[in-house]
Design a protein around this ligand. Structure first.
Ligand code: SF4
Ligand code: MG
Length: 336
């Protein structure tokens, strides 16, 4: 079966008074039905811009490349057609449900209205659908709670409302941008479980955007690690966690809290800051922070600083690095 979503050469540029900012550069990935792709990176890595570009919500940006949803090219489609696809074929949820919910309408009214607009359903049917969806996302007493306003819901319940609204029109693709970041750990786990269940039941293709590899480990099948607007590494989730190929991926893994001993091991955040997208260097964007390059002989370090590595297939990973880690022989004390 061909992928539901195929993104090729996606490049998103924002014109600014200080010059063009290339927020996403030549990105490519695919997502199949029933699969979850985790897109991971620090803030400013281009992951949210990517998701908005896929949805056709990139106000003020220049977008090139190709986004194909179920055989249909989306880039260049008129806003009217995109708007029809959003909702019915693809839907999105965000970190902060309050910003997407209207404070003075009940959640039932809002889900029903969304359904009516996209499906042309009658009011009574749309109302029934809203209650049904609230039940399906695990909100107790859905018929009663449909009559309540967003502020009457907890953060986790509000995110459930957003998921209900997103799925009310039976989209094939769900994009979730940091859906659990604002929630405490227990609620976060419940929402991730819910997303995984709905995804399985409905055969959804999911793109999950997060800064947290821990979230990816719980729900993703495949992972795309972004750095400075580009793909640093792409791999199936197990391969990424067991034999990371890119030094940046390794750094992200090292900064995860240890599940076996969460009190021990202070988080080792990656020192340094993300690259400037206004003044990109000719070399690898990670070079100024890369322990691998710092430990390499001068000639190899010079290559890192002067020449951007191309994304290359290697041992089941795609990796953009001159000195990928996973090709090292496992030697204790050797370079990691
Ligand atoms: Fe580090 Fe060089 Fe690989 Fe970039 S190309 S990640 S600087 S080793
Ligand atoms: Mg973001």
């Amino acid at each position: 079966e061909p992928p539901l979503l195929t993104v090729t050469g996606l490049t998103v540029t924002f014109p600014t008074p200080r010059g063009d900012v290339r927020a996403v550069d030549s990105l490519g990935f695919t997502v199949h039905r029933g699969r979850t792709l985790g897109i991971v990176g620090e803030s400013g890595s281009g992951k949210s811009v990517t998701s908005l570009a896929v949805m056709g919500l990139h106000t003020g940006a220049r977008v090139t490349g190709s986004v194909v949803l179920d055989g249909r090219e989306l880039t260049g489609l008129p806003e009217r057609d995109l708007n029809r696809l959003r909702g019915r074929r693809m839907a999105m949820i965000f970190q902060d449900p309050l910003s997407s919910l209207h404070p003075s309408y009940t959640v039932g009214e809002q889900i029903a209205e969304h359904h009516r607009v996209h499906f042309g359903s009658r009011r009574a049917a749309a109302r029934r659908r809203a209650v049904e969806m609230l039940g399906e996302v695990g909100i107790p007493e859905p018929a009663r709670r449909a009559g309540e306003y967003p502020h009457q819901f907890s953060g986790g319940m509000r995110q459930r409302v957003m998921i209900a609204m997103a799925l009310a029109c039976e989209p094939d693709l769900l994009i979730a941008d940091e859906p659990t970041t604002a929630l405490d750990v227990t609620v976060q786990a419940q929402i991730l479980e819910l997303l995984a269940r709905l995804q399985q039941e409905r055969g959804l293709a999911v793109v999950l955007i997060t800064h947290d590899l821990g979230v990816v480990a719980r729900v993703a099948h495949d992972v795309l690690v972004m750095y400075g607007g580009r793909a640093a590494e792409q791999a199936p989730v197990d391969a990424l966690f067991t034999v990371p190929a890119h030094p940046y991926t390794r750094g992200l893994l090292d900064s995860l809290p240890r599940l076996d001993d969460p009190d021990d091991a202070p988080l080792r955040a990656i020192p340094g800051s993300p690259p400037s997208l206004l003044a990109p260097t000719p070399g690898c964007a990670f070079a100024p922070r890369c322990p691998r390059a710092a430990a390499a002989p001068a000639a190899e370090r010079a290559r890192c600083e002067d020449t951007g590595p191309a994304l290359t297939a290697s041992q089941g990973h795609l990796v953009a690095c001159h000195l990928p880690l996973h090709t090292d022989a496992p030697a204790p004390g050797g370079p990691r």
